[in-house]
Design a protein. Structure first.
Length: 314
């Protein structure tokens, strides 16, 4: 049986989506199905059909990806509660947009509020990317401190914007910025033994190129009647626990332009006594990262009926 005192729930961000996600859960769980029905009603279109049938290009549009991933995560969590009762983890955290999924899961905000907030987030990030185009690249085999120095050198050489966007795990760091500066940073990283790979995105998330999205997103966040999350959230920007609603209103807009400190976030939770991490939602991206951060802790996935059965059997 899962021990709530040593378990954390973690929620994935963009890149975890795939056509068909959540469908088997909705077919097997009335609680999961109800989440998709609510999402369809709140958003005014068939998000469930998009998750289950695609097409890929529509699901991969950030306008749709963000609410789709939130819906799948909360559907999986509600299916778990339907099976095991109101199980509460020791801590929660989410990677990028997954942070909002984590806040819904921790009852800091209602599902309908979360769906509308991530829809607005996707809309504003897409518009910011059109105003200030950029890109992102994954760099393998170098750590975050090395990439910070490389990005600083690339900025000095090009006069452009590039920075660490996601410190995912040791040996996997994502950088983000203007194309010329991004290319220079990739070139410098390769010269130092890194293995750069451009990501198939047209925006520079978690960089200053998202600044134009911040004012309107801040207003959207301020309109949400947050309450203190239970369990407590470990935040992306600070890699520290956060429970004050006023702090949440600062964290979520700041996250648009700040790096996701995922390695530090996971290490904080381990230091706090977490030994089991349950990835709640589509795929197993965060579970794979966990193995690189600390192979001594347990990573489980909850996004399918089979995953739910495995958790219930523990």
């Amino acid at each position: 049986m899962l021990d709530p005192h040593t378990t954390a729930f973690v929620f994935p961000g963009q890149g975890s989506q795939f056509v068909g996600m959540g469908q088997a859960l909705a077919q097997s769980s009335a609680a999961a199905r109800a989440v998709f029905e609510e999402a369809d009603d709140v958003l005014g279109f068939k998000l469930s059909q998009l998750c289950w049938e695609g097409p890929d290009d529509a699901l991969n549009d950030t306008l749709n990806t963000q609410p789709a991933l939130l819906a799948v995560s909360i559907a999986a969590l509600r299916a778990l509660h339907e099976r095991l009762g109101d199980f509460s983890a020791r801590l929660v955290a989410g990677h990028s947009l997954g942070e909002i999924s984590a806040l819904v899961a921790a009852d800091a905000m209602e599902l309908d509020e979360g769906l509308m907030l991530v829809r607005k987030r996707g809309e504003l990030m897409k518009a910011a990317g059109e105003r200030t185009p950029g890109g992102m690249a994954a760099i393998l085999a170098l750590d975050a401190p090395a990439l910070m120095e490389i990005c600083a050198e690339a900025r000095a050489l090009t006069g452009g914007v590039v920075q660490v966007a996601n410190d995912n795990c040791p040996g996997q760091v994502v950088i983000s910025g203007e194309l010329a500066a991004l290319e220079k940073a990739m070139e410098l990283a390769k010269a130092q033994g890194g293995r750069p790979r451009r990501l198939p995105v047209s925006i520079a998330a978690h960089s200053p190129l998202m600044l134009s999205a911040v004012p309107e997103f801040t207003r959207a966040v301020e309109a949400v009647p947050f309450i203190s999350p239970l369990p407590e959230l470990v935040a992306n920007v600070t890699a520290a626990p956060m429970s004050d609603p006023n702090d949440l209103r600062v964290e979520l807009p700041a996250q648009l332009t700040s790096p996701v400190r995922w390695t530090e976030t996971v290490r904080y939770m381990i230091a706090a006594g977490v030994t089991t991490f349950v990835e709640v939602g589509a795929k197993d991206v965060l579970t794979a990262l966990l193995k690189r951060i600390d192979p001594n802790v347990t990573g489980l996935t909850l996004g399918t009926p089979e995953g739910l059965d495995a958790l219930a059997a523990r």
